[in-house]
Design a protein around this ligand. Sequence first.
Ligand code: CO8
Length: 374
Amino acid sequence: MSQVVISGTGLWKPQYTITNQELVASYNAYANKHNETHAAEIASGTITPKPQSSAEFIEKASGIKSRYIYKKEGALDIDRMMPVIPQRADEELSNQAEMALHAAHKAMAAANKTAADIDAIIVACAYTQRSYPAIAIEVQEALGVKGFGFDMLVACSAATFGLHRAYEMIKAETASCVMVINPELTSPQVNYKDRDSHFIFGDVSIATILETAQTCTSDHSYEILSTKAQTVYSNNIRSNFGYVLNANDANPLSPDQLFFQKGRSVFKEVCPMAAEHINTHLQQHQLSPPDIKRWWLHQANINMNNLIFKMLMNRPAEGIEAPIVLDEFANTASAGSLIAFNLYQEDLVSGDYGIICSFGAGYSIGSLVVRKTD
Ligand code: CO8
């Protein structure tokens, strides 16, 4: 059976950023105005005042200093607290297809591939902006790729689960070269009026090309030894937004329809699950944590990554052993581990082992054990 390799990735960052300081200044001004407007209800105890946010808390609790945002206008406006993304006509490229194409072109250049080489496109992310036609088919059309494309949603693990599907398709010989794209447009689901979650997410797009070792011509490629997926149902991270709200007569933009979580519980429950998952996966290849040269872990919280690394290695990570990209990107839903892979892999040498691992909403955990090729 053919060896499957990752032959190239492409990372696209939006042109706009929001620092913690900017975000907190806007939220605090919004909270002050809200509390002044509702002073009487607050005094009578019918509503609770909005608490203040803090840039220091955000950095210490999460490792996040800044985030990219697809459109900045509106996100910091205290009378709106939501980016302005004008609706496009059906004939125009959708926002997510546009984001996907930026990353796709970079991945194709890194892997030395043209549209004619690609058999299938998977768009995998936490949300797609519409149900159909699939964003993947729109991207396929824009690139001129023959074959097929489909979208899949697995929240934080959409990217790794997308890579699993691509790996299996190549192994099954239903495709020989597959591009997985994660256009994570998270900002429209962020509740910028909520102190506990307004800082968590950023927008980004990343694409990864998988193919058989025989066709690979790129400078840096990684054989995928195997993939491993796990899901365990949890209500601790939820997004209730969906089409049935129409029939529920519910407000699709009310806070309980946007992203919300019990962050402490997620932290406590997911860290041991992820550590055990990684250990089990490595054992399948007679490997143990010290054999791993690079850990491209999910990027939700720096303290989670530090804890998981310590659970596996009994020591803190050094240098770029388990790179953190949260400071620049924040949590980019499924894209985080692949951003870390994109930015921190070229220095590895032939035979070095690495692991890509996502963990989060669902709960869902996905991993790939890889080895740098000759
Ligand atoms: N400023 C100041 N204080 C704050 C702030 C703030 N912004 N936010 C919270 N606090 C307060 C709390 O209210 C609390 O106050 P008190 O003690 O009075 O109750 C205090 O600070 C401590 O709060 P926490 O215990 O909640 O703080 P933590 O240290 O746990 O940090 C985190 C909070 C950062 C949320 C942390 O728990 C965490 O990151 N947990 C892991 C979460 C995780 O992995 N989530 C997965 C996210 S889902 C995902 O990755 C993909 C989903 C799909 C994409 C969705 C796109 C929108």
